[in-house]
Write a protein of this length. Structure first.
Length: 232
């Protein structure tokens, strides 16, 4: 254990009485005295209210800076990890170009999201997530010879929302300028209850009028389920 001369100890105590931190004292002395050693030197020092306030502010500033750096470091590590995942999954995602792979993706999407209509017309999918809507329509077009005239769209929203604004938003999402949109439906349960999430754009229901296509996707989903059941 290193022994420091009294002149160093006294100078350090003087700096501490002025409200300086351990790091600042080491910088002034051009030394690297351990904090435990300084704590022993300073054990009987009573700081003035002014010095105590100065020291407290410095310590808080240092803690805030350390927290900020920790957040930045964590964010950087997370971004690097996500980049690694993207690079790993890029060749896998390219397989969706294959029709059979795309049909599997569409069947799974419909199994989880689409409603299996018992009517003679067709089936539909509803979501507030534009990505789900876009995936559904893009996969349909990629996998089958789709007749665009068989699409029907319905905006479903809360009572206090602007129907024109929502319809315009969803028209841009699906790329339909005119027609094919039914009248917006308002949820009567939301009357008198303000919408808290201002980013919420309601739900878009996408109907596709083709019962045979529904049956084909349901059959594929069932076959996939049976295949998975046989896994050991």
């Amino acid at each position: 254990m290193r022994v420091y001369p009294n002149v160093i100890k006294n100078k350090a105590r003087e700096f501490r009485s002025q409200g300086k931190t351990s790091q600042e004292i080491n910088d002034d002395l051009n030394l690297a005295v351990p904090k435990s050693t300084m704590s022993y030197w300073f054990r009987d020092i009573v700081l003035s209210p002014e010095s105590k306030l100065v020291l407290s502010r410095k310590i808080n500033d240092k803690l805030n800076f350390a927290r900020s750096m920790a957040v930045k470091t964590k964010k950087h590590k997370r971004n690097e990890y996500l980049k690694l995942l993207d690079s790993k999954n890029l060749p896998i995602s390219g397989k969706v170009d294959d029709i059979d792979s795309a049909k599997i993706a569409l069947a799974m999407l419909c199994l989880g999201e689409a409603s299996k209509s018992t009517s003679k017309s067709g089936f539909y999918l509803g979501s507030s997530d534009r990505k789900i809507i876009i995936l559904f329509i893009k996969l349909l077009r990629h996998c089958f010879s789709i007749d665009s005239s068989k699409f029907r769209f319905t905006v479903q929203c809360r009572a206090d929302q602007d129907a024109n604004k929502l319809e315009k938003y969803w028209r841009e999402v699906v790329g339909v300028a005119n027609g094919q949109f039914y009248k917006t439906r308002f949820d009567p349960r939301s009357i008198g209850k303000p919408t808290l999430n201002k980013e919420y754009m309601g739900v878009l229901r996408v109907d596709y009028i083709d019962k045979k296509l529904q049956f084909e996707l349901e059959s594929l989903a069932k076959m996939l389920y049976n295949q998975v059941l046989d896994w050991k």
